[in-house]
Design a protein around this ligand. Structure first.
Ligand code: PXP
Length: 247
């Protein structure tokens, strides 16, 4: 069964839009933990939050709160910087997903350049793993980065599906082939294969020929759809589509 990690960053985005300087206000909403509880009730297998260097949505206190209160596993998405690594070592989330981070970007734009940053990534990976956290690398479906992720000691890769999501027809079919080859190599190297970025109930079925997928991480479309049907229904709709994945 394909697992679903629900990214709730955008719930915090909405809160920050009004309450960034008044987080202790009793009026501060939406309440992140309420959203996480809805996601759990809907059947989410994990909750993902991205603690960015600029703190544009998730705040440090959110990370501690999620680790303390969640019943499902916490996946902390983060850049490989000393400040954020120290927080991850203190909080001990179940999973960390290492991503490239760029202050100007609206969302994570590409996968990690694992080969160029192998030494730093390997060091962080071994510190996190020794501390009890499983480590994933967010990568484009490029075979040399998959091999490098395994060489760095990663437990998992999350294949970047942004290009897949942004194309249709022939270009999408080509990207599905790249994702399939990447998934096969990752699995053969003993890496858990996850995927995410830009996935919606409308496009996710096109991903189902990619083998070995274990977990999808989805945020924007679930939170956007929640505006009309509520978060629980939005997540349940996605889980209903994902139930057709055959592996
Ligand atoms: N995976 C990673 C590594 C991401 O950075 C994001 C975006 O925060 C997602 C998955 C979820 O992408 P989306 O919000 O487009 O579903």
């Amino acid at each position: 069964m394909l697992l679903l990690g629900v990214n709730i960053d955008h719930v915090a985005t909405l809160r920050q839009a009004r309450y960034a300087t008044m987080l202790s206000s009793p009026n501060a909403e939406p309440v992140l933990l309420d959203a996480a509880r809805e996601a759990e009730a809907a059947g989410a297998d994990s909750i993902t939050i991205h603690l960015r260097a600029d703190r544009r949505h998730i705040q440090d206190a959110d990370v501690w709160l999620m680790k303390r209160e969640l019943e499902v596993k916490l996946n902390l998405e983060m850049g490989n910087t000393p400040e954020i690594v120290d927080i991850a070592l203190a909080v001990k989330p179940h999973f960390v997903c290492l991503v490239p981070e760029n202050r100007q970007e609206i969302t994570t734009e590409g996968g990690l350049d694992v080969t160029s940053h192998a030494v730093a990534l390997q060091e962080t990976t071994s510190r996190l793993k020794a501390n009890g956290t499983r480590v994933s690398f967010f990568v484009d479906p490029v075979l040399e980065h998959i091999q490098a992720a395994a060489d760095c000691g990663a437990d998992m890769v999350e294949l970047h599906t942004g290009t897949f999501a942004n194309h249709t027809d022939a270009a999408r079919a080509l990207e599905v082939e790249r994702l399939s080859r990447a998934a096969m190599l990752a699995q053969s190297l003993g890496l858990q294969v996850n995927a995410g970025h830009g996935l919606t109930t409308k496009n996710v079925r096109d991903l189902f020929t990619v083998p070995h997928l274990v977990e999808l991480n989805i945020g924007h479309s679930l939170v956007a759809r929640a505006m009309t049907v509520g978060l629980r229904t939005s997540i349940q709709e996605m889980l209903a589509v994902m139930a057709d994945y055959k592996g």
